[in-house]
Design a binder for this molecule. Structure first.
Ligand code: NAD
Length: 479
């Protein structure tokens, strides 16, 4: 069993708290590692290190900073298999998907490094003679990144890479459920020569370490990926110092399947979107609306597809589609939501309960529900499990109204072969992202941003990088 310490000012140091948290393999329930259940003092020490390092870091040229990001990408590629295995083990992510996450994370560092020569200000025409108005982009200072358990490694890079390339220093707080891959990575980059204090990692709970990092006057920006509840707590804590927040929160993605859709494509996309990583992906189809004319055909096909989903240990050579849920709590939540849906009248077509096939772990069967209505909890609240409720609609306007009738606004999708319908839906859907005729996965050069309760600000691409910059205007009068 491994033990990790806090990574502060370029060194692994003991937490001031002696309490620890056990990290489990969700498939076997075996203890994988012990991490510190850190203290407010740990958070403050990490912030102080980041603050002390920031002036020298921002004084490097952007291309010098980019060099470190490229080195991080190389370290990830050199250790691809080890990192993927650590990731697969700590959160029951099937090994193939874990490898994809590791590869995309390396690409993410390189992608952000490539912005080094493209971070631009502006020169604006003045109303006065002999004056230039210079608009500069400056780093904010110390960036805090608070990570979830579902894509812990990728989300770490989503915060670290744009923060560092723009001249900020960084403190990362991993989720207590899946911190191992981040901690292994930090061990691996100890030798790349990154100046001390530029990147710090402190483990601990949200209400203690996360809260202390958020409410400190040292913090310039807090970027959270997590639940709406954590987002609300972070906004409250950030209010103390009017600290900038960037929030990537939950979703309840609707998929609209029109009568003219390519049915096979729609069924395959919706099912793979729903079962990938056992349904624990914020942007994947959580509810499906199918047009009356093809409803029966869709249900026949989707039933077969859901019933054939392979579930197994994350390392199974059978190449499963999904594995265990991440934790006992997650299993309890998914089970309770499905039981409640049944009580409210939902009909279970496939699955509908915990899998009895496994004596250990938190395996929940791929589940298909029909006879659901718009007001049910299963249609309104994020399940975060392999559960697909399907409803019918009569017109595209009705489908769009049903899709928008939700407090989340992260992602959505439409399946149709009619360009006019697609364009109309893209205009009317109140979501930060809409996928047309494909499953839900964003690109690193796009912009991932939730509307409504799904978030504030966003990540990825040019606009995600600019979250970590603040603007200064200089009015330069000359004679
Ligand atoms: P969570 O909210 O329980 O935890 C996320 C992080 O926030 C953890 O590190 C946690 O310790 C921290 N935290 C919790 N309370 C805090 C507080 N009061 N102050 C500071 N930090 C606090 O979420 P989770 O269970 O790890 O992840 C699942 C959730 O994340 C789902 O709702 C999912 O939709 C969402 N998510 C969103 C995106 C996105 O891009 N929008 C991506 C992945 C996951």
């Amino acid at each position: 069993m491994k033990e990790f310490d806090q990574f502060i000012n370029g060194r692994f140091v003991k937490s001031t708290s002696s309490e620890t948290t056990e990290v489990l393999n969700p498939c076997t329930e075996a203890v994988l590692s012990l991490i510190p259940r850190g203290s407010v003092a740990d958070a403050d020490a990490a912030l102080a290190a980041a603050q002390a390092a920031q002036y020298a870091w921002k004084s490097l040229t952007a291309i010098e900073r980019a060099g470190y990001l490229n080195k991080m990408a190389s370290v990830i590629r050199d250790n691809r298999l080890t990192l993927a295995q650590t990731l697969a083990k700590e959160q029951a992510k099937v090994i193939g998907l874990a490898q994809v996450e590791i590869d995309v994370t390396a690409d993410y560092f390189d992608y952000n490094a490539a912005w080094a020569r493209r971070i631009e200000g502006e020169i604006i025409q003045s109303d006065r003679k002999k004056e230039h108005i210079f608009l500069h982009k400056a780093p904010i200072g110390v960036a805090v990144g608070i990570c979830p358990w579902n894509f812990p490694f990728f989300v770490m890079a989503r915060k670290v890479a744009p923060a560092l390339i723009t001249g900020n220093t960084c403190v990362i707080k991993p989720s207590c459920i899946a911190p191992n891959t981040i901690m292994e990575f930090v061990r691996m980059i100890e030798h790349i020569g990154l100046p001390n204090g530029v990147l710090n990692v402190v483990c601990g709970t949200g209400p203690v370490v996360g809260n202390a990092l958020t409410k400190s006057p040292v913090t310039g920006i807090v970027s959270l990926t997590g639940s709406v509840l954590a987002g609300q707590r972070i906004m409250e804590a950030a209010a103390a110092n009017i600290t900038k927040v960037s929030l990537e929160l939950g979703g309840k993605a609707p998929a609209i399947v029109c009568a003219d859709a390519n049915l096979d494509l729609a069924v395959n996309a919706v099912v793979s979107s729903r079962v990938i990583f056992s349904g624990q992906v914020c942007n994947c189809a959580e509810r499906v609306y199918v047009e009356d004319a093809i409803y029966d055909q869709f249900m026949e096909s989707v039933t077969k597809k859901m019933a054939s989903v392979k579930m197994d240990d994350a390392f199974s050579e059978d190449n499963p589609d999904m594995s265990s849920l991440v934790s006992r709590e997650q299993l309890a939540k998914v089970s309770e939501m499905v039981e409640f849906a049944k009580k409210e009248g939902a009909e279970v077509i496939v699955g509908g309960s915990r899998s009895e096939r496994f004596t250990k772990g938190y395996f929940y069967q791929p589940t298909l529900l029909a006879n659901v209505t718009q007001q049910m909890q299963i249609i309104q609240e994020e399940v975060f499990g392999p559960v697909l409720p399907v409803m019918r609609f009569a017109s595209l306007d009705e489908a769009i109204a049903l899709a928008n009738d939700c407090e989340y606004g992260l992602t959505s999708s439409i399946f149709s072969e009619n360009f006019n319908k697609i364009m109309y839906a893209c205009e009317e859907l109140q979501f930060g992202e809409t996928y047309v005729n494909r499953e839900h996965f964003e690109a690193i050069q796009g912009f991932h941003a939730g509307w409504k309760k799904s978030g504030l600000g966003g990540a990825d691409g040019k606009h995600g990088m600019e979250e970590y910059l603040q603007t200064k205007v200089v009015y330069a009068q000359y004679r």
